[in-house]
Design a protein around this ligand. Structure first.
Ligand SMILES: NC(=O)c1ccc[n+]([C@@H]2O[C@H](COP(=O)([O-])OP(=O)(O)OC[C@H]3O[C@@H](n4cnc5c(N)ncnc54)[C@H](O)[C@@H]3O)[C@@H](O)[C@H]2O)c1
Ligand SMILES: O=C(O)CC[C@@H](O)C(=O)O
Length: 529
């Protein structure tokens, strides 16, 4: 039974799928402190949060069973990703579920700003009939959108319908896409100097922190208005207050703050030209259901070891590519497991070569399975596809991936070579054979045909008459039943290998006895657990 802790208020309807799952027990405990979380987290396999819970290294350190942290929303700045990756904890988010809701909030903030709606409301309900509030139209105004991702693009579409001219900047915005969205591709400087309204929709990163600060306010169009429904810190709060005081900025609308919640004396909270909401961008019934449904579904997949999407601490891969790669994951990992047992020296480089059907696909996820296989028997702690690449960096292991079309007659081929620090190499290649599943087809320089399952004995010997008989007799004497046997050699009488599939594990004593046979150089037990 998997246990999942929901530590923030998350839509019940959204997590229904998790609560209904027969193999999952869900505990809802919103509002716990870090210390309280540290106390209870060891019993959980999954943690579901919104933005209130700060998932710190200390919590992950205590969460020895944690496999997945699900963020019901987009931003994962409340989760220590580095700590999660190091521990192999998969972090997933729900990037699409609140896009429209947040876009609508940003748009509502822009309209409220243009027409002083919160200020007028406050006066009216206080008994004051103040008709001096004079707004501006959106029509024919220039809107600058910084960050044309999911939310920024939706804002631009709506602004178009309002008759605004839109300048968009995003390092990933192409001319084509800008044209499709009816947006003029601009530089940050164009936007700063020409926009009547600016709205920011980037993540908070070292590059975007204070991307609008004093130098930018100094060159802005007098009377412009600015909206931040993305992340506190993208706009320098103190510089904004100064720009309002100097009459450069006519008004600002903020849903997010550098520190949340802001202190009671935060200068935004008593400034009549700044309207604020308490990080409500994603707060609609629809968005909260959507993100909770998305994230619950992925958490279930991860707990059940099924393919999943939206991992934040792994590179994104298109679903079509994932479907193509998925059948190879088991083979890739087994090649790695095989090599990790064959190899007996410090690894400097892992070279993965993909051929045939795999030559033109983005094979990054598959490489992670191979590396996981190579490392998992040697590293303390959980090695998985989230932390496997990270672990190679920590251990200074170079990973080289190549793709080639030469398949040596196979429709697909994965060849993995471990290079040791003395330059020695071990190689295992495998393929997926239609109707037969995973097969190992090469070990070092020897062609073989072995199913990577259960227990194998790998023997290197000199190709001399009688050796197969000696091995069979010795194993029989020790009650080890041979299910199949493969012999590989390059030259008659030269170096050779033997791979035996046996029904059970072989003891070290049996291996030692095998090694003492004439012409036998080495015998190893290989296990695919
Ligand atoms: N207020 C809320 O409740 C709320 C809700 C949802 C999302 N958000 C926040 O809104 C922001 C946007 O979310 P999204 O879903 O559209 O994300 P997204 O990833 O789809 O888009 C972000 C875009 O920002 C662009 N970008 C990155 N650095 C940039 C830079 N230096 N200059 C210009 N553009 C840059 C990226 O290329 C990307 O296209 C995020 O910060 C997210 O956390 C807030
Ligand atoms: O959970 C929330 O309400 C905040 C959501 C928002 O900031 C996000 O990044 O998705």
């Amino acid at each position: 039974m998997f246990k999942v802790l929901v530590s923030d208020p998350i839509s019940d309807l959204g997590i229904q799928q998790l609560m209904d799952a027969a193999d999952v027990e869900v505990d809802k405990k919103p509002g716990l402190s870090e210390d309280e979380l540290v106390q209870i987290i060891p019993q959980y396999d999954g943690l579901l949060v919104r933005s209130q819970t700060k998932v710190t290294e200390k919590i992950m350190e205590a969460g020895t069973r944690l496999k997945v942290i699900g963020r019901a929303g987009v931003g994962v700045d409340n989760i220590n990703l580095e700590a999660a990756t190091t521990r192999g904890i998969i972090v997933i988010n729900a990037p699409d579920g609140n896009t429209i809701t947040t876009c609508e909030h940003a748009f509502a903030m822009m309209m409220a700003l243009a027409r002083h709606i919160p200020q007028a409301y406050a006066k009216t309900v206080n008994g004051e009939w103040d008709r001096k509030f004079l707004g501006v139209e959106l029509r024919n105004k220039t809107l600058g959108v910084l960050g044309m991702g999911r939310i920024g693009s939706e804002v631009a579409k709506r602004a178009k319908a309002f008759g605004m001219d839109i300048l968009g900047y995003d390092p990933f915005l192409t001319e084509d896409r800008a044209e499709k969205l009816g947006v003029k591709l601009a530089t940050v400087d164009d936007i700063i100097r020409n926009a009547d309204f600016i709205t920011v929709h980037t993540p908070l990163t070292p590059e975007t922190k204070h991307m609008i600060a004093r130098p930018q306010f100094e060159v802005m169009k007098k009377g412009m208005r600015i909206v931040n429904c993305a992340r506190g810190g993208i706009i320098d709060e103190m510089a904004l207050v100064e720009a309002i005081d100097q009459g450069i900025v006519a008004g600002a609308a903020f849903d997010v703050f550098e520190k949340e919640p802001p202190e009671a004396d935060h200068p935004f909270l008593n400034n009549p030209k700044i309207i604020v909401t308490p990080h409500l961008g994603a707060s609609t019934v629809e968005a909260q259901e959507n993100v909770a449904i998305d994230v619950s579904e992925q958490v279930l997949h991860i707990l059940r070891n099924e393919p999943f999407k939206n991992a934040v601490n792994m590179p994104p891969v298109a679903a079509s590519v994932m479907n193509k790669l998925q059948p190879y994951f088991g083979l890739g990992e087994k090649i790695g497991v095989f090599l990790s047992q064959l190899n007996n020296q410090a690894v400097k480089e892992i070279h993965v070569d993909y051929a045939g059907d795999l030559a033109e696909v983005d094979t990054q996820p598959l490489t992670r399975y191979i590396i996981k296989g190579v490392l998992s028997r040697h590293f303390a702690g959980d090695v998985n596809i989230v932390n496997s690449m990270h672990l190679t960096k920590v251990r200074d292991i170079n990973v080289v991936v190549s793709q080639a079309s030469a398949t040596k007659g196979f429709t697909n081929l994965i060849s993995v070579t471990l290079k040791g620090q003395d330059g020695a190499e071990r190689r295992v290649a495998g393929t997926l054979l239609n109707g037969y599943g995973a097969r190992i087809v090469q070990i070092d320089k020897f062609p073989v045909d072995v199913a990577p399952e259960g227990h194998l004995i790998f023997i290197s010997h000199n190709d001399k008459p009688g050796i197969i008989g000696h091995v069979g007799t010795l194993l029989g004497k020790n009650d080890v039943n041979i299910a199949s046997m493969q012999v590989g050699r390059k030259l008659v009488g030269g170096e050779a290998i033997m791979v035996l599939t046996v029904d059970k594990a072989v003891t070290k004593d049996v291996l030692d006895e095998l090694t003492k046979l004439p012409e036998l150089n080495k015998a190893q037990h290989i296990i695919f657990a």
